[in-house]
Design a protein around this ligand. Sequence first.
Ligand code: GLY
Length: 551
Amino acid sequence: MFIVFSCNHKPTGTLSKNGMVSSAHPLASEVGIEILKSGGNAFDAAIAVHFALAVVYPQAGNLGGGGFVVYRLSDGETGSLDFREKAPNMSSRDMYLINKEGDLVVDGNKSRIGHLASGVPGSVDGMLKLYEKFSTKNWGELISPSINYAENGFKITKKQSRGLNNVRESFEKVNDKPIAFLKESNWEEGDLLIQKDLAKTLIRIKDDKRDGFYLGITADLIVEEMNSGSGIITHEDLKNYSSLWRDPIIGNYKGHKIISMGPPSSGGIALLQLLHGADQHNTSNYEHNSINYINLLTEIESRVYADRATYLGDDDFYDVPKSSLLDKNYLNNKFNTINKDIKTKSSEIKSGNIILNESEETTHFSIVDSFGNAVSVTTTINSSFGSKVVVDGAGFLLNNEMDDFSIKPGFPNMFGLVGGEANAIEPNKRMLSSMTPTIVEKNDKLFMVLGTPGGSTIITSVFQTILNVIDYNMGMQEAVDSKKFHHQWLPDVLVVEEETLSDELSNKLTQIGHKIVKRSSLGRMDCILIKEDGSLEGGADKRGDNIALGY
Ligand code: GLY
């Protein structure tokens, strides 16, 4: 009754019977669907889409970043791949701090912009791991479309022209050589973006696979770029990088099996904690996006993000208490203190007692093939266009993922997230992520493939989208379109998308203590729902240029 944003017709996403690709850019979705149509499987398409996004969606698609894959094979086997960046071997705990009158203070923006902000890229190794284990196609066939778009250019969208114009100053600041992303005048919709150096790098990867990136000319160019700034990534770092197969985090919500990403992402553990809280408080009893619904979900969210800040980090370096964090009694006690009518101050919420503002880039894509395999991939260079450094001669952007570490205990990163020991910088450690590529099963069958960009808001957008489908019976596109909100414990603010709240609802939430911050959008989901008759509904987020294509 309090909702202003409502519509009478239910939006329907792309429908298909055989296969579906939902991604952040129409050209990348096209590349993926062509691979599926030519008999490739979801992994073949995922590799091709990842390389295509590195060209046609440079704000987040990448060669110079990292990410996570969660998959489910047609026979029900599930798994995950961690191709997250690693801290360079020369990194150190206090590398972004300086001594100012006896106090260690954060030294400007060095973890966010420029050469020192980058972790060792994992994407190329990740795509090769996927290729070696699952591919049925020729490697070159998966990269060729991307080489074509880099070599001959593609027309940028309106949103992309705005994005490029917004970061012009930063590009100029950290790149002393000409780069493809800078031209004399401002970018406009329909301009051709040609990336000749990137095409050469892609050809080296096509010809020499892993060695085409981590050794030889590309590695030399990365290290030269590092040396021209204050970067610390070495040949050794590149040679030693390896992505890892990891067990996914698995749990349940109302009879649905939830398969998501474990550490070094916080996504899977946080998502399962959130779903436990929703179940415990029967949030589905409340009207969607009503005051009680929003307050309950934000009370649950702030308690979960308090745990994230304290206990989550790279499990290979810090013993993340995974089973304790997902223990039913622990969670029951944790969420017991919640009252649907009362907003708890974040200062009164602590992590549980058992034995963490820029544009939120990153990109997600979901793929289902005609054989029944499903792949959920979230990949990033962190903020929009990453560190803004383009490797001279190699044409790709480097990430600024080092900012995802806790660079000083309690000091907020660009997403306002705080952290401590668990996520402190150590050489070769992976920085904590919020990326939440997820797959949901119903009755032992594939039911949903989902994920989104959005920094710290990724987890809560995935959470609310799952609730939209399971509890509110929404279709995939409707669940994606639905307005989202977010609370991350600190800062103690309720972030809502514009047009989510009526004045009345806004006033009531303010009266019970919520400080409301409006954002133009939350998330850019790319999801696929498998309907009862086995057909597919793609949900691609209209907040971006996202598109789901099926056949
Ligand atoms: N760089 C955003 C994340 O990994 O959560």
